[in-house]
Design a protein around this ligand. Structure first.
Ligand SMILES: [Ca+2]
Ligand SMILES: [Ca+2]
Ligand SMILES: [Ca+2]
Length: 209
């Protein structure tokens, strides 16, 4: 991570140097242009546009730098009591059970959110916790359109072969709009099941550090 931040800082310096050179060239062009009044307005507009673009680029780079510095300082912290570290996230596995919404609220209060599964490795790690638990995936906004709690769409998935089934339209199951890891019933690799959000389950929070 330190190497990565260092590289980013070198990259930022290069971009700053480049911007300085571009600005110098712009000033030279402008000086030259003052002898050439015919094109002046057009050229001035172009300079303004290029200035605006540079400003946007600079703001964006500053944001990226701040983000990286925060991540770097988080990574230096040790994992808090009751949490487990895996790659660049911390995970909290609840001992209680709650509805999906209540579980999510608990995660938010902990400065985290329900877990978002981004890779095979993360799925395997969570399966290793060996608890049926809520994850941060729901289709409660639009039936059949699965979204993670950060609003990203579902790309990789680990549904059990019969799932999602929205409760098979059986009123006894209710509408099934929230996703649990069902490690108790099913073979681990594909353990996702959609379940009624009102059922009580353990839950897993994730904080990306
Ligand atoms: Ca994740
Ligand atoms: Ca559903
Ligand atoms: Ca289901």
């Amino acid at each position: 991570m330190a190497d990565y931040v260092n590289k980013q800082v070198i990259e930022l310096n290069k971009v700053n140097e480049e911007n300085r050179n571009r600005a110098t060239r712009s000033v030279k062009t402008e000086t030259h242009l003052s002898d050439n009044r015919g094109n002046e307005t057009e050229e001035r507009d172009q300079l303004q546009t290029s200035y605006n673009t540079l400003t946007e680029e600079r703001d964006q780079l500053q944001k990226e730098r701040d983000y990286l510095m925060t991540r770097f300082s988080n990574l230096k912290q040790t994992c808090p009591e009751g949490w487990q570290q895996f790659n660049s996230s911390w995970y909290f596995l609840s001992t209680e059970t709650k509805t999906w919404e209540e579980s999510r609220e608990d995660c938010l209060e902990r400065g985290a959110d329900l877990v978002i599964i981004n890779s095979d490795m993360e799925q395997q790690f969570l399966i290793g916790l060996n608890k049926g638990a809520w994850i941060g995936l729901t289709d409660s906004v639009s039936e059949g359109t699965w979204r993670w709690v950060d609003s990203t769409p579902l790309t990789i998935s680990y549904w059990h072969s019969q799932q999602p089934d929205n409760g098979r339209d059986d009123p006894k199951n209710g509408e099934e709009d929230c996703v649990e890891l069902n490690t108790e019933t099913w073979p681990p690799a594909k353990a996702w099941n959609d379940q009624s959000c009102l059922d009580n389950r353990h839950w897993i929070c994730e904080k990306v550090v």
